[in-house]
Design a protein around this ligand. Structure first.
Ligand code: CA2
Length: 152
């Protein structure tokens, strides 16, 4: 069965336990369950991961690209956390592995500190969803499932 990848970066394992005013009350496990339900409804398997390590995220994006090339995945929903604002390596992985990407952020990064306003990933993403909480993951999965080579 074709999969959709959902990849989460540093500190997102803390979701639901700290800063609920910014990130809400749902845990990463809640997000995974919600994503699995959405993916299943679209006839997709879910590959849901989280890492605090940049290199591991690079490896996973490369794996995802290989799966897309082999027809085993429709692409990745990526919440790269703070690495969004710093990582040329993640951007290069997306481009190098030709990953159809939807960038997602739970919070509205544009309403926060200026250092969160820039993303290395947005220019190489098919689409970006910010500030809509867990709904962003659902929208990202739906967009990738419906991708036809044009938008998302
Ligand atoms: O809004 C988002 O989803 C972010 O990607 C979350 C990152 C932040 O660095 C980005 O600027 C925006 C932070 C993830 C850390 O999540 C925590 C959750 C609970 C408690 C502490 C951190």
């Amino acid at each position: 069965m074709t999969a959709v990848h959902v990849i989460n970066g540093p500190n997102l394992n803390l979701l639901g336990r700290r800063e609920p005013a910014v990130y809400g009350h749902e845990t990463l496990a809640d997000l995974e369950a919600r994503s699995r339900e959405v993916a299943a409804g679209l006839g997709l398997d879910l590959d849901f991961r989280q890492s605090n390590h940049e290199g591991e995220l690079v490896d996973w994006l490369q794996e995802c690209g290989a799966d897309v090339a082999a027809g085993r995945s429709v692409g990745a929903v990526l919440n790269a956390g703070a690495l969004t604002h710093t990582s040329v390596a993640l951007r290069d992985a997306v481009v190098g592995a030709e990953v159809p990407l939807v960038e997602v952020h739970l919070s509205n990064v544009h309403a926060r500190e200026p250092f969160r306003h820039h993303s290395y990933l947005s220019p190489v993403a098919r689409g970006v969803v910010v500030g809509l909480g867990p709904l962003g993951y659902e929208l990202g999965i739906r967009a990738l499932a419906g991708a036809t080579g044009g938008a998302a």
